[in-house]
Write a protein that binds this ligand. Structure first.
Ligand SMILES: *Cc1c(COP(=O)(O)O)cnc(C)c1O
Length: 226
């Protein structure tokens, strides 16, 4: 398990270097270790190496794994949340990265009200416009933002994106710039603060940090392949 600690250390040092290059404090960028499809023993090794926050993309898998790990571990949800999983998911996760439609946000609002919860969420934006990809199209988000902000149970903390896969990190840069610019437009148009930008994965997190990421979601570079 030594290599997991070494992997984590390398990712953290690269985060610091990318932040320094962008004249940002290393503490401005939070690392989410994406533990989907990794067993509890590996998660524990990364946890023992000092990582506190993990990301899961399936509620069933997280429900099985979370009880096997120390209660101090913090969990965030990064996958597509199905309506019938919302009630189970609410108490498990401190942040939902991937609220990808107004309908999902409305379902979360209603169930959060019933359960007495105030979920912290990010809005997932589909910047590439691919038909198959989930997430708000930028124009739709600008139209629906007021309705989203009226959902009083949801604390909307920022935006998230998942660019199309590209072998070269530089190819993701324009999507990271677009997300930052969209955030600025929404903040201005809706008089709201959206401090969090969740963008960047194993292959492009340094570029994301240069473009303003406050949260990077890194799986493979820490855990190895899935
Ligand atoms: C799997 C996943 C990641 C991590 O991807 P890696 O390439 O393994 O770092 C990040 N974000 C989301 C939404 C994911 O589904």
């Amino acid at each position: 398990m030594d290599d997991l600690a070494a992997n984590l250390e390398l990712v953290l040092s690269r985060i610091s270097a990318a932040a320094a290059k962008a004249h940002r404090a290393p503490g401005d960028v939070q690392l989410i270790a994406v533990s989907k499809k990794q067993d509890a023993a590996k998660v524990r090794a990364v946890c023992d190496a000092g990582q506190a926050i993990f990301g899961e993309s399936r509620v069933q898998e997280a429900r099985a794994k979370i009880p096997l790990l120390p209660s101090a571990v913090r969990w965030q949800f990064i996958g597509h949340l199905q309506k019938n999983k919302i009630r189970h998911a609410l108490p498990l996760f401190e942040l939902f990265h991937s609220v990808d439609s107004l309908a999902l946000a409305q379902d979360m609002e209603r169930i959060a009200e019933e359960e007495g919860r105030r979920p912290r969420v990010l809005l997932e934006v589909n910047l590439a416009g691919e038909g198959s990809k989930i997430g708000f199209a930028p124009a739709a988000l600008r139209e629906q933002m007021e309705e989203l902000l009226a959902l009083s149970r949801l604390e909307i903390a920022g935006l998230m994106t998942l660019p199309p896969f590209a072998p070269e990190a530089e190819e993701s840069r324009r999507y990271f710039v677009l997300l930052r610019e969209l955030r600025e437009e929404l903040e201005r148009e809706c008089d709201v603060r959206l401090p969090e930008l969740s963008m960047g994965m194993s292959n492009d997190y340094e570029v994301a940090i240069e473009e303003g990421a406050t949260v990077v979601r890194v799986g493979t570079a820490i855990f190895g392949g899935r």
